[in-house]
Design a protein around this ligand. Sequence first.
Ligand code: BG6
Length: 481
Amino acid sequence: MYHQHLKPFPQDFLWSASTSAYQVEGAWNEDGKGPSVIDTKPADELPEGTADYTVTADHYHHVEEDVALMAEMGFRAYRFSIAWTRIIPDGDGEENPAGIAFYHRLIDALLEHGIEPIVTMFHFDTPAALDAKGGWAARSTADAFVRYAEVLFREYGHKVKYWLTINEQNMMILHGRKLGIINALTDDPEKELYQVNHTMFLAQAKAMILLHQMHPQAKIGPAPNISYVYPASSKPEDVIAADNYNAVRNWLYLDLAARGEYNSTAWAYLEEKGIAPQIEVGDMAIMKAAKPDFIAFNYYNTTTMADAPFGGGASERSEEADQQISEGEEGYFKAVSNPNLGMTQFGWEIDPVGMRMTYRAIWDRYHLPLIVTENGLGAFDELTEDGHVHDDYRIDYLRQHLEQTQEAITDGVQILGYSPWSAIDLVSTHQGIAKRYGFIYVNRTDDDLKDLARYRKDSFYWYQQLIRTGELPPKDWTPSY
Ligand code: BG6
C-alpha cells in the first residue's frame, strides 16, 4: 500500500533508547553485587579480542552524566535492565540495599528529567548461584524470579509505569549456548532448553499477574526478538518452511505471552523431535490468567527460509549463527540469504520494509499496542580529532526504520514508542565494544579503557531534532554543533 499521506507520530510517542545492565554498567563486583553467568564465564570463552563485562561503559559511575545527556537529547523514556544480582546477590537469598539504592538513584534521576523509565527485569544475566543449582531448567528458579519481581515491584512499582519481563527469551533458547548465557547441563540439551523455556514462560506469567495485583496502574509486557520470516520463493514448500520458522522463532513466544497457549505448529515441532516440555497441572491456567498490556519487541531484520528436506542441508551460514543470522534444521526450515537486502559491517541483513511487515503481523495476531525496544546499527565508529563521530550510516539506518514505522502507524498499527539500541555505546553480546550502537560515544576500545569520556555522535543531534519536532529530519540534514 503506497500511502499518499503519512500519519504523524503520536504526540505522546515514547521516544527512547535502550541498554542492558551487564552491557553498560560495569562495576561488576561493587557494592555487594553478586556474580551472574556473565561474570563467571571463563575468560577464554569470550570471543577473541573482545572486551569483557567488568567495566563496559562504566555507566554505574557515570549515571548522572549519562542521564543528563539523555535529557539533552530529549528522551521521553529510557529502557534499561536491572541486574538481578545487584538486588539479590545469590538470586534467592538476602536483599542488597546498596544495589536497590543504585536503581532508585537512576530512576529518580530519570524522573527529575521527565524521562519515563522502561524497566527490563531480566536481560541475560542469570545469578550464577542459581545457575549452579540447575538454572532455568529448575522450577525453583521461576520461584526465585517471582520473589525478585516482588522486591522490584515493592521498591520501584510506584515510580515505574512500564515493565518488561524477560529480554529475548527466544534468543536464549535458540542461541543461548552460542551467546554463552545458557548452558545445558544434561545429556539431552535440546529437551532441557525447552524445559527452560517453559519455566521462563511460567515465571513471566506469574510476574505479570503479580504486578497487576500490586500496582494496577502499571503496565507490563514480554520483550522477545521478532523477525518476520519470509519464504525463499513462492514455492509452496518454501512457504510452509517459513511458516514453520515463524511458529518456532516468533509465535511460540508471543502466543504464550499474549494468549496463554502453546502455538500448535511449534508444539507439533517439539513433539516430533521428542523435546516437548513437561507441563505441570495448573501451569496453563496461570499462563491464561496472565495478561500483558502491550507487546515489546526487538527488531533488527527479517529471516528467510526455504524448504528443508532431509539430506538437503540446513543453513548457509550456520557457523556465524546468532540472534540475527538464523540456523536452519533439516526436515523443518533451511536458512538462506535474502538477495534483496544489504548487510551491516557485521553481516546482519538490513530490512526496514520488513519492520513494517513485522509490525503488521504482530498487530494482526494480538491487537495489543506495540513498543519497539531494540533496533539499531552495530558499526565501527571513528572518533575524530576534534571530538566528533560522523555516523551518517546510523542516521540513515534509523531514518529508514522510522519511515517504515510511520507507514505502519498509517496502516493502523498502534505503536506506543521506539527505543533503539543503544542509548550509549556498550559491549555487544559477542562482538565487543568495537561493534558500537550508541548515540553517545564512549572513549575506550576492546583492550584499552582510555578515559571513558562521553562524546555526542552526529546521530545524537539528529535524534534530538527528531524528538523536538516529532518529525523525521530532512534527508539532507547535517548537524550544527
Ligand atoms: C539483542 C540483545 O539481541 O541484540 C542485546 O537484546 C544485544 O543485548 C543486541 O546487544 C545487539 O546484538 P549484538 O550481538 O550486536 O550485541
